[in-house]
Design a protein around this ligand. Sequence first.
Ligand code: NAD
Length: 302
Amino acid sequence: TGQNVAFIGLGNMGGPMAANLVKAGHTVTGYDPVPAAAEQAIGNGITMAASPADAAANADVVITMLPTGDHVLDVYLGRRGNDAVLQAAPAGALFIDCSTIAVQDATAAAQHANEAGHRAADAPVSGGAVGAAAGSLTFMVGAPADFIEEVSSILDPMAGRVVHCGEPGAGQAAKICNNMILGISMIAVSEAFVLGERLGLTHQALFDVASTASGQCWALTTNCPVPGPVPTSPANRDYAPGFASPLMAKDLTLAMKAADLTDTDARLGQMATNIYRQFGMGEGRESDFSAIINEIRKEPVE
Ligand code: NAD
């Protein structure tokens, strides 16, 4: 049966996610400070509130889909002039943060929610705006086992897959570890294609070998950084994202923050972070992260 869901942050991801909750029969009250986001939400059957706290006043479930951990904690705790959503929501409400934020921000947010008498989960996603619109996102959930079923049933209309990763914070941990693999492996695949070019190897020949040999990985077989071998990869449409380079830089930065705090040797992760930060702030601003191959092709590193 339909529940009262507050949805805070109706941007590229939150907008279509909230629309799928309406379609599933939930009553969704939203908040986003950007007028265009609010207008689109109203068109999708969402009732807009005057503040995050107002949106949460009658909520069974409070979902946030915000840019950073600071935004999430601001909304939860009512910093920066807004009333605290944690105070406004009815006791025992279920808080689900779907933003990609630092692990320690996620555990802090959950702890604050618990102290205010609520239940809390982190549930970052992969699948991008396309997956958000299609309701096929993968959710990586950090939540206590006793209410994971309830979290899953709320996420279901937005999800292709819901993976329970552990206690609060574990969803964010899984997300940044996965994306660290992805960032490093895309650079590895790109370096190999450029080296192959210089050795006179065709893209197709390298692809045919590596895709069925031990170099096989998603960066190669699904998001191949050269046009041709995988017709659906962003390389075939001038690297239109896809997964934009600045978002890869953001996730790698969160991974390095976690590596630092846990004394983890992640030298390749750090290199990938530096490479994507530079690319994401410059030429790669609007490109899929696989466009890093063009950077690698430019000139040898001195
Ligand atoms: P976005 O910038 O399009 O949307 C964020 C929205 O939050 C904006 O509309 C903004 O106005 C709103 N906002 C800011 N402060 C607010 C506040 N105090 N109260 C309510 N709303 C507020 O970003 P997005 O692409 O939707 O990404 C959201 C999160 O999802 C990020 O953490 C991102 O890293 C993560 N993510 C994005 C993608 C993707 O492909 N876009 C994929 C996976 C995860």
